[in-house]
Write a protein that binds this ligand. Structure first.
Ligand SMILES: Nc1ncnc2c1ncn2[C@@H]1O[C@H](COP(=O)(O)OP(=O)(O)OP(=O)(O)O)[C@@H](O)[C@H]1O
Length: 234
């Protein structure tokens, strides 16, 4: 990796190691993981349960810090930032999608997205326009008055995606975004990801167990027990 590459890539993981606990009880969840994700691409982190996917995603999303190694976002080393700086960076530049959607059941789709923007500190004069725009981008504007319980799993996931992209992040991180969906709906979520990449220039990193979506990725990083797996060499 040249210095120039490190500066221009969206994400650079440089020998990222994460150890939980100390002494005899210590667990090495990640061991010297290095990879690069370029702007405008979709990367899958795949591997069995316990292989370290979520731990790595949390470090990329500045929710956690490596024990050793560096994580660069747009050339900036996240590992040297204070917690306050990391929170601010996450609010401005990163969108997060969780497996279980994490939508508020008593709020409509629109209110869920708008609430997310308010929490992110967006001025109230802007939140309506930004929430509607995000719901439009995921094809949910017509159904935005519905509550999550009145929507299908695929539609709920679209609302969760709208909430994650409404503040215009450069990087979208998704933990098992297709796990709760049937394979057809799962593929349509990945097609939506592709549109976000092509139309908005977003960069997406997602974890998955789902082999059927891997052909739709630009890059797959296989993890095995916290190491980069042999599958990457195939
Ligand atoms: N906070 C923690 N404290 C201690 N050990 C942890 C912690 N978080 C993760 N681990 C351990 O680190 C390893 C990797 O876990 P991780 O959740 O990253 O795997 P994963 O590939 O995302 O699994 P899954 O697909 O089940 O979510 C596991 O052995 C796990 O038990």
């Amino acid at each position: 990796m040249t210095v120039e590459q490190a500066r221009t890539s969206m994400v650079v993981a440089d020998k990222v190691t994460r150890v939980f606990g100390r002494g005899d009880g210590a667990v090495k969840a990640l061991s010297e993981i290095s990879f690069t994700a370029e702007q405008g691409t979709i990367t899958a982190l795949r591997g069995r349960s316990g292989s370290g996917k979520t731990t790595l995603l949390n470090i990329i999303g500045a929710l956690d810090r490596p024990s050793e190694g560096r994580l660069l976002l747009q050339g900036e080393d996240l590992t040297v930032l204070s917690e306050k700086q990391r929170n601010q960076l996450r609010r401005q530049r990163i969108g997060l999608i969780f497996q279980s959607y994490a939508l508020m059941p008593l709020m409509s789709a629109y209110e869920n997205v708008e609430f997310g923007l308010r929490i992110a500190g967006i001025a109230s004069s802007q939140t309506r326009r930004m929430a509607e725009e995000a719901l439009e981008q995921v094809g949910m504007k017509e159904r935005m008055k519905h509550r999550p319980g009145e929507l299908s799993g695929g539609e709920q996931q679209r609302v969760a995606i709208a909430r994650a992209i409404a503040h215009h992040p450069v990087l979208l991180l998704a933990d098992e975004p297709t796990a709760e969906l049937d394979s057809k709906t799962g593929r349509s979520v990945i097609r939506l990801f592709r549109e976000l990449v092509d139309r908005l220039g977003m960069t997406i990193i997602m974890t998955t167990h789902d082999l059927s979506v891997l052909s739709m990725m630009d890059q797959t990083i296989a993890l095995e027990d916290g190491h980069i797996g042999k599958a990457n060499e195939e």
